[in-house]
Design a protein around this ligand. Structure first.
Ligand SMILES: *Cc1c(COP(=O)(O)O)cnc(C)c1O
Length: 383
């Protein structure tokens, strides 16, 4: 891979193409397809009340926040949103970040250095892995969801180093939910802090849509809780929730929060409106659950091998990159959009269609997807 820059780039790209891992971006025209690829699980990204709140927030506070939080970018609408998010997940405080990726980099960089030991589930989101790397922490990975393996690693780490166990709450490409009580127990026994990134659980799980951690597990059990706003809440940005001590620490030391412009106020206003809807319309979560059940029953009747997920993320494992692309392309030609997920987002040999459901899907759309999958199965055989 030596030589000039153009040669170097061309070599990387042709290698990627040869591996069947080339990625392409296309302009997504919302009304032209049935979208089973997004993370808008409650349909809030398209709710007119949320867009209206975004417009009003922008008119009232300006299109941009004009400065970072610690300078003059922290506005009343941000303060209200942070208080509301902290209350939703039952924690003393919350701190906004511009994205989930930045929140994870910020937390890990602020908490960890070369003396800390970080333990990560193998299937954790890329931002968690990158955050530990950025912090220069000694990172170890345990087998996915395997508490025995984690216990073993924790026992073997003899140093006096502070320990942090890190896990997705709901795994973004598999749709399974972390064993939070199990992780809480292990962390307690081994004197470790627990950090959960509940990007896909927030808004979907929990009695109040407060996620897989939320009010069920307080700061004493899960000291570091990350939630993102671009998925079930349908807007953008992210937050970290926890104790006064944690949040002050992040405000002092989390560089991805300190050295960036505060979130556009219209986005925060929109998120407040989305939180109102989350609270007032629990039937959206019921509808979503009904859609998940309908899809799984239909897919099982076709003999399709779905991963065991009870979440709106329903992956269909195909294994082979070319096959995954072909199936996704066939579906797209029928106006059905699903994610074609390959390495390095998932382990090699585990390429899959990532099918996601939303409360605002029509049952007929789900039937159409099942019919198309049935035809593919007849034509190509069961995966
Ligand atoms: C999507 C996602 C993120 C990143 O959040 P953004 O706000 O999109 O940057 C972080 N963690 C997990 C588990 C995610 O699924």
């Amino acid at each position: 891979m030596s030589g000039s820059w153009p040669q170097r780039l061309a070599a990387h790209q042709s290698q990627r193409r040869e591996q069947g891992l080339w990625r392409e971006r296309r302009v997504h025209v919302r009304d032209a397809v049935d979208d089973f690829a997004g993370n808008d699980y409650l349909g809030l990204a398209q709710d007119p009340r949320v867009s209206q709140a975004a417009a009003e927030g922008a008119q009232r506070y300006g299109a941009g926040a004009r400065a970072s939080q610690l300078v003059s970018g922290h506005l009343e609408v941000h303060r209200r949103l942070e208080a509301r998010l902290a209350a939703l997940v039952g924690r003393p405080r919350a701190l906004l970040f511009s994205s989930g990726y930045m929140a994870n980099l910020g937390v890990l960089q602020a908490l960890c250095d070369g003396t800390t030991a970080v333990f990560q589930d193998r299937l954790n989101h890329a931002s968690l892995l990158d955050g530990a790397k950025l912090a220069g922490a000694r990172a170890r990975r345990f087998h996915h969801g395997d508490l025995d393996d984690l216990a073993c690693l924790l026992r073997r780490s003899t140093s006096e180093a502070p320990r942090l166990v890190v896990s997705d709450g709901v795994f973004s490409m598999d749709g399974d939910v972390a064993d939070v009580p199990g992780l809480v127990g292990l962390c307690r026994r081994h004197d470790a802090w627990l950090m959960i990134d509940d990007a896909h659980g927030l808004g979907v799980l929990g009695a109040h849509g407060d996620g897989c951690v939320g009010r069920a597990h307080g700061s004493d059990e899960v000291p570091v809780l990350v939630g993102t706003l671009g998925k079930a809440l349908g807007t953008a940005g992210a937050f970290v929730a926890g104790s006064e001590l944690l949040i002050e620490h992040l405000l002092q030391f989390a560089r991805p929060c300190i050295y960036t412009t505060a979130e556009p106020p219209g986005v925060s206003a929109a998120t407040l409106a989305a939180l109102d809807i989350l609270e007032q319309e629990p039937e959206r979560r019921e509808q979503l659950r009904a859609h998940i059940a309908r899809f799984r029953t239909g897919a099982e009747a076709l003999g399709l091998k779905l991963l065991p997920s009870t979440m709106p993320i329903q992956p269909l494992l195909l294994g082979d990159n070319a096959r995954t692309l072909r199936w996704a392309e066939t579906l797209r030609a029928l106006g059905l959009l699903v994610g074609a997920i390959r390495a390095p987002t998932v382990p090699r040999g585990q390429a899959r269609l990532r099918i996601t459901l939303s409360a605002t899907h029509e049952t007929a759309q789900i039937e159409r997807l099942l019919d198309a999958l049935a035809e593919l199965t007849i034509k190509e055989g069961r995966p």
